[in-house]
Design a protein around this ligand. Structure first.
Ligand SMILES: O=C(O)COP(=O)(O)O
Ligand SMILES: [Mg+2]
Length: 225
């Protein structure tokens, strides 16, 4: 790929690179069952994630009219992570076209970094198991930085760790947290329409909304002019 001004591309993970909803649903339902609450469907989980596992759990309990104390939330979060870390790549899959585009970018010398509200260890584990970790110069998780998305620091850290520069960087994501963090950092943002969001993708305020990962190289050229 040539003709693009973007030498550094940041990718969100859940709902952008990997369809993690089935395994996230397994972990969330494990926690809900401990509290005798009915399971969430995978589709419902797709509308709940984006701001980290803790907030996903909070929102899920709120759906049943329940508020957890900080201690109870700590415990629920720990239960979630214990289940999820053991089952992180059981039913999660790369979205179509992801490996082809990452290969294309890598062979053209584009720096790539993952900027996710999943923790760094879990992200690395998942990306290794699914076979794409080698494409990324850095994996910047929610606990890699003091302030995670939607805070712009998460974006700046991901760029720095990839050895990129802000003016030539772009974020590819799927949620409100992605659009807000990119806007606050002053970089463009593309949203993938197949991703996880409670608000319709076209209403998030992204520079572009795409249906397929394979459209990203052309989109970067279009956004360069
Ligand atoms: O863990 C989440 O809630 C979302 O993670 P993401 O930032 O990779 O979409
Ligand atoms: Mg996401």
């Amino acid at each position: 790929m040539t003709d693009s001004r973007f030498s550094c591309v940041l990718f969100d993970l859940d709902g952008t690179l990997v369809d993690t909803a089935p395994d996230l649903t397994g972990a969330l339902n494990h926690v809900l069952s401990q509290h005798n609450l009915a399971p969430f469907s995978v589709q419902k989980v797709r509308n709940t994630v984006g701001f980290g596992a803790r907030i996903t759990i909070e929102r899920s309990f709120a759906h049943y009219g329940k508020t957890l104390s900080e201690d109870a939330l700590d415990l629920a979060h720990a239960q979630f992570l214990a289940h999820y870390s053991e089952n992180i790549c059981k039913n999660s899959t790369l979205f179509p076209g992801v490996d082809t585009v990452l290969e294309d970018f890598k062979s053209n010398g584009i720096r790539m970094s993952v900027c996710t509200n999943k923790t760094e260890n879990l992200s690395l584990d998942l990306l290794e198991q699914i076979g794409v970790s080698h494409y990324f110069s850095s994996i910047c998780g929610s606990d890699t930085v003091p302030n995670k998305k939607p805070h712009p620091d998460h974006i700046f850290s991901a760029i720095n760790r990839a050895g990129g520069i802000t003016e030539e960087s772009i974020l590819i994501g799927d949620s409100m947290a992605d659009v807000e963090s990119a806007r606050a950092a002053g970089i463009p943002v593309i949203v993938m329409r197949y991703g996880y969001t409670a608000i319709p993708s076209d209403e998030l305020g992204a520079d572009l909304v795409l249906d397929a990962f394979s459209q990203i190289p052309q989109a970067l050229r279009d956004l360069s002019h």
